[in-house]
Design a protein around this ligand. Structure first.
Ligand SMILES: [Cu+2]
Length: 238
């Protein structure tokens, strides 16, 4: 009996090691699952992605919906097509602005089906993102287009029936603050949003010198030089 005890211990150790190996194998197998899933959503694959998003290196379309009506719409409203250009040229000459859209104020009838084409004229990435849509139909309450530099993306969404003003913007850092902010007015809307270029005033105001400040500075310099020359002339010759 005493001689057979080490053999029993050895057998128990083998069982423990076998169990550990099986457990590690199972964990490794689980770890490969997300990795394989990540390959499916890699930007190299144009058909990849989440259920609500189509994405590749050139851009993305999120929450495209051209068929399902919001709950409060009995029937589909008019079709509206918006072509929006994005770029620095739409903010040229405006204090505090760097980026802009070709239009910053859009109008739509209730229950409209709106197809937006975002054309990015810049070399950097821009977005056209609208907020406040019903979350039961649009996850996160958003519809979202994103186009890399020089690229174009198109997508469709259907708005609810109520009169409301929706925020549209580019979510790249500082792009909204620098001018890429717009609004979509459905029906009579719910009031203009602040700081919409060409529509509403900024909430906070920066102070700038008037545009004629350089001219005034030059004129004052000329007057100063003239008066100084006149005084010197009087002191010397009169
Ligand atoms: Cu942008």
């Amino acid at each position: 009996m005493r001689r057979s005890l080490p053999q029993r211990n050895s057998s128990r150790h083998s069982s423990v090691w076998l169990g550990l190996c099986l457990l590690m194998t199972a964990l490794c197998g689980q770890a490969q699952g997300p990795a394989e899933a990540a390959k499916d959503t890699a930007p190299d694959n144009p058909m990849s992605g989440h259920r609500h998003i189509t994405i590749d290196r050139a851009g993305s379309v999120m929450n495209h919906n051209d068929a399902t009506l919001p709950r409060d719409c009995d029937e589909l409203g008019p079709d509206l097509e918006l072509t929006v250009y994005a770029g620095r040229e739409f903010a040229a000459g405006v204090h505090g602005r760097t980026y802009g859209y070709s239009e910053h104020d859009y109008q739509a009838d209730p229950c409209s089906r709106i197809t937006v084409t975002l054309i990015n004229n810049d070399a950097i990435r821009h977005q056209w993102m609208i907020h406040g849509l019903p979350r039961y139909l649009y996850p996160g309450g958003m519809f979202h287009l994103e186009a890399a530099g020089g690229e174009t993306r198109t997508g469709t969404f259907i708005v609810p029936s109520d009169d409301r003003t929706y925020l549209v913007h580019c979510d790249m850092p500082q792009h909204m603050e620098k001018g890429m902010k717009a609004q979509l007015v459905v029906g009579r809307g719910s009031g203009d949003l602040w700081s919409i270029p060409s529509v509403s005033d900024d909430l906070l105001h920066d102070t700038y010198l008037p545009d004629i400040s350089q001219v005034l500075f030059i004129i004052s310099m000329i007057i100063g030089l003239f008066v100084t020359a006149l005084l010197l002339f009087r002191r010397r010759f009169l």
